[in-house]
Design a protein around this ligand. Sequence first.
Ligand SMILES: Cc1ncc(COP(=O)(O)O)c(C=O)c1O
Length: 386
Amino acid sequence: MAISSRIAFVRKSGIREIFDLAQEIPNTISLGIGEPNFKTPKFIDEAAKKAIDEGFDKYTLNIGIPELRQQISSKLKRENNIEADPKTEIIVTAGATQAIFLLMYCLLEQGDEVLLPTPAFTAYEYSARLAGGKPVQCPLNESEDYEIDFDLLGKRCSKKAKLLILNSPCNPTGVTYREKEIKKLVEFVSERGLYLISDEIYEKYVYDDAKHFSPASSKEFKNRIVTVNGFSKTFGMTGWRLGYAVANEEIISALTRFNMYNSVCANSIAQKAGVAALEGSMGFFIPILKQYNKARNSMCKYLDELSLSYAAPSGAFYIFPDISSISKDSLHYCKGLLAEEHVATVPGSSFGTVGEGHIRLSYSVDENLLIIALEKMKKFNERFRK
Ligand SMILES: Cc1ncc(COP(=O)(O)O)c(C=O)c1O
């Protein structure tokens, strides 16, 4: 066999299955989108063009260019109340995805367990497994807007547990966790000697009175908290591949050494663009967030009309309705909706066992198309129910 047994378990996900099918169907409206629907702001493009013109086209340090680490450090202090030394406690990566992958490799021994509050972003499970770790699903409490079930976490936390991953605002549930709950989680990991990875990629997408809170603003930062973030969602830069990890010097040094043999460094032009992004004003995001909020409200209204229940979506750009009254098999439901109404959605089973009986809907879509897609979903549900 040509392919190593290490990756034998990596199969096509339910998400990919739906999107491969969608490619074949013209005029599909996708509510499965996991990226912003706006273009990278011009001032960021201009910085990248300037970097190209000035010949900034060689390898950079494995840890990332000093200017960008300085900007990230200032941003963390200003917006997240995190004090991180730009020289030793921040590494620039090819997206948050690479940061997560490097972290799993650098922190996990073979068989170490990773506590995953589920439903959770698919990459956590796969990167943990690729690094020899064992993901342990810890279902969130759906009936209480997916609040963290500390009793269950305690029960699932064995001596082999090493890491716990928090994603707030959350993909796929759209829940933003409150400061009080996050502080309790920090206490939990501290008492049990775990490391906490906080994935904050959707930090700017918060609605109503929700507020983003970074666990690394606590005194436990240097002992056991790693923050992962990036430019993809905030600045509409998914294709630029730019992210970062923030942790103590020992962890960042390991990630940096590993990066030499992984991607060497993040793209040099993208790093210059990242400096401009963080130096610039966030003013461009105000109308964008308003637009997302409007789309979110429209989607909630439709789901209410369809009598589908869902957790209050206070962040990111997803809603995770329960469709079990229509179908218990989310992949089957999504395939049917795609084939009959040409609307692509993501099966909830992609996000862990507890995600079954749900679908993930993204409202990162032009509002007119969103309404058309929801109307089509309404028709489909009526037929499916019969
Ligand atoms: C929760 C979460 N973390 C990380 C990522 C990946 O981000 P990046 O584009 O920076 O690799 C995504 C992308 O969808 C995500 O939903």
